[in-house]
Ligand binder design. Sequence first.
Ligand code: GDP
Length: 453
Amino acid sequence: MPVVAIVGRPNVGKSTLFNRIIGKRVAIVEDLPGVTRDRNYFEAEHGGRRFLLVDTGGFEPDTPDRLIQQVRDQAQLAIDEAQAVLLVVDGHEGPTGVDVDIASMVRRSGKPLFLAVNKIDSFKREEEGFLSEFHRFGIDRILPVSAEHGRGTEDLLDAVMTALPPAPEPEPVPEALDEEATEEVVEDLAARPIRLAIIGRPNVGKSTLVNQLIGEERFVTSPIAGTTRDPVDAELEHKGRHFILTDTAGIRRKRSIAMRVEAYSVVRALKAAEASDVVVMLLDATEMAVEQDLKIASLAVEQGKPVIVVVNKWDLVAGDAKKAQTFRDDLVWKMPFLAFAPSIFVSALTGAHVKGVLDRAVRLFDQASSRVPTPKLNRLLEDISNHHGLPVVGGQRARVYYIAQVGIRPPTFVVQTNRPDLVPPEYRRYVANKLREVFELEVPLRLVFKRKA
Ligand code: GDP
């Protein structure tokens, strides 16, 4: 997904602009309980294009000298990670040295740059020449906005969209999985390498785990036919299955500033998760899971990726089964949307239980690729209807007729009903949980209620 970064000095209105843009455009698939609304990155949509909007602000400089360095770091991150950079300046104050500095940094990088001149609340102000001062930046794309009042933000987005790659063609949703095609998919599974993204906060042990896995398992050097192989990926084999650990160089190189700005470690994790089949989410046994872990995990689930929760440094807490249970309970309480994901307690340092990560990856990958026969699904739906009727909403009650699986990775189910609007979220969750329970799915799934044609 293309990334659009907002940069600028403190107090120019970056966050206001960010909130203004995401306000109407929240594209979260599902409300995940326990996920905070307070984010500095967001999946947004404009003119049919989806992008990740990132606000790199959120830190206050400690001293005036530090200000320049911090804003420069922020701009460097935007240049490295984003497809378009939105520099926000204050139209009342006029250009400052820092603004000019940042603008030329981005220009030299060749990344598309858009200058949002904020606090231009009326046309009168535009006429008063507030904009002309900024023309010496040498940027063609200068757009007056008022983040506070929403003025000009649509035009700004129209402009930014021109710098993004064209939207991909939407994939047609099949009516039901083709039986024959499915057979092939099942046969191919064992031959297909499983792409693993290892994500987590700095110092949780990502590099240690990667080195341990590569060191223990036979390192496969020959490229696997039919796969694109990035030079930064590492391949390995375990019990006859192939794995590709993605972006291992990024993990081992240790991006210095990138990891210090939280929003960007989230962006990196998001990109890694997007390119993977299974997400390995690392936590540190000696620390409580924090907000950042939660954000990363929720992004993976929103993308429909299977997640293995790997609690690392278990050697340090002399963990036993009881401690593991307590850790797990605490985790599920904090991240209820991960309740279905398996967890494993390992030591990347000593190698204890690390192979279990690969075993679980195979299990989840196969589950996410599996197909439940339609008769079994409909028996379950009938059973649910007999025991758990749909509630009456405003004197009316929806009827459900039929369920089928229409997709894999993630498993996607469609329920036909006369009134999708009368199916409340609790009922949707209930059916999803039943599907997980009965068909032993520890992976995210999509469940769509569709009006019967
Ligand atoms: P990354 O930033 O996530 O890649 O973390 P690193 O792999 O660099 O690990 C950070 C620190 O934690 C290093 O000092 C590691 O030696 C240490 N570490 C990693 N895994 C374990 C573990 O399982 N047990 C212990 N005791 N230390 C670990």
